[in-house]
Design a binder for this molecule. Sequence first.
Ligand code: FAD
Length: 596
Amino acid sequence: MKNVTSKYLLVGLLLVVVVAAVLLWPREAGLTFTAGTYEASAMGFNADIRVEVVVDRTAIKSIRVVEHRESPLIADVALLRIPAAVVAGQTVAVDAVAGATVTSRGLLTAITDALTKAGGNLALLQTRPAAGPPPQGQLTERRADVVVIGGGGAGLAAAVEAHQNGATVIVLEKMPRIGGNTIISGGAFNAVEERRQKAQGIEDSVERHFTQTYEGGDRRGNPELIRILVENAAGAVKWLEELGMKFQERVFTVPGGMWARAIRPEMPLGTGFIDTLGAYIEREEGIEVLLETTATELILEGGRVVGVKTTTAAGPLTVRANNAVIIATGGFGANVEMRDKVNTVWPTLTSIKTTNHPGATGDGIRMAEVVGARVVGLEQIQLLPLGDPRSGSLAGSIGRSVDTTIYVNKEGQRFVNEGARRDVMTMALMQQRDAILWEVVDRDSYPTGDTRNNFDETIDTLVTQGRAFRADSLEELARLIGVNPANLVQTVAEFNAAVDRKGGDAFGRTLFGDKIDTAPFYAASRAPTVHHTMGGIEINARAEVINQNGQPIAGLFAAGEVTGGIHGSNRLGGNALPDTIVFGRIAGRNAAAARR
Ligand code: FAD
């Protein structure tokens, strides 16, 4: 009996050991590392992303992004969220961040590499952890007086104005962050403001701004809406300043802006607009943003828009509006299929890259059309001649103001008036060899290596990264960028003579600042890029959406780049941001008052 008992005991013990080994084996065998710190890098969107991973014997302890050149405002969510998700889940099988998929993939490759170096088992690292139970208590319906679709400049301005007029507000934003194209914009804001302009000896008037906008869009814009835009742009600056936003004093001309009436926020790029409006939303009650919430459909009841259907990670969510819905989803520059479908102006857009953020896909236009909205000028797509040849982004452009910059082709010759309309400049560039231009400036634009371009990059950084070239003579610069030195020297000499004369160059240029005659000289290459979609939902002066019969659709407003009919066939540089704030505010005010 004793023998039998000890036999059973032994078998039992063995079983326990085997079961324990089976249970522990995969984790022990896979997720064991050689404790230490490991580095690896992989290609992101702009350049290599380098990570540092710290592991102990059985776990990933921390991940740090040591170096990257990703666009900060687009990639920041991925750069924060992915390392945290890998550490939390002890797996590299984590989802890419919407809108930053290339960065996400590069980052995950670098992390995986570092973990493999640390001895981690790749198959186990790539195993997706079992899904947890579905979230409990997820609301399927929310309600506010005003529902705004899109958390860019127009949407946030509309939300704040509606709230200031007594409404409760919910903003729906499909991306993991607010900002849209507004946050990555150059921040240039056209407004006729006597105080700032007079201080620089600039003559201007609201009437001139009106005429340049109307004529610049080939008289296809709605004069009533243009007048509202130009008459309220300075008021929009004041409103933002009252909300705490700070603008620089310097007035300048944006490429395609036609006149020196642009000011820039103190914060880099378009961050100041989003920061200011976002801060208001954070501190006030009764106004909130739902991130990663994609509007898919407007709810129409009895001829009135009464809410929005959305999708979220936790399932569908309906957001009802007591008063009205405002569409502020921006343009469709990042939707190649939609661009191709409507394009009748450009030879082709299929292969042209874009300056836009990935969420600029025209969702609002599609949703509005379903409820009977009229659209206007969809074929009017603006290209800029100033995109990064590899990514289409405006980052890396070294022109700081039109009056101090020239563009030369691969022969080292100017080919267009750099102060011309954007479509004229881009069409001219498309006729040049390889459709590539070089921006050329001198020390007047960059007095020190720390001087920043319009996209918050120092010239030293751009030169170090090989995205701009610097030389002490024009001949040397020409050799660096591979253009004929004699041509470049002659081109610049002719340009400088035109600066002295304040006119009379071969291209009809009228905007002249300093000569290009002071070393060091700089150059950066640029290519055509899709920038802005001027067409969109038709609105009236109250920002109400117009139906096929020319009547407002009850309960529906729109503002910003999603609308059409303001900029005609060509938008002036620096006119879009005032458009978003001016019409965002109008939509917000009227939506707040649109009680059923
Ligand atoms: P956006 O700012 O793009 O916001 C729209 C928002 O809606 C986005 O956040 C988007 O994710 C969200 N959204 C879209 N679909 C949905 C959906 N289905 N559900 C929920 N949310 C959705 N203009 C100037 O005047 N001056 C400049 O210096 C200037 N520089 C620019 C530089 C760049 C690189 C770019 C791309 C544009 C620039 N522009 C400039 C143009 C200007 O920035 C834009 O026209 C303007 O910011 C558009 O604002 P918006 O609010 O209409 O759209």
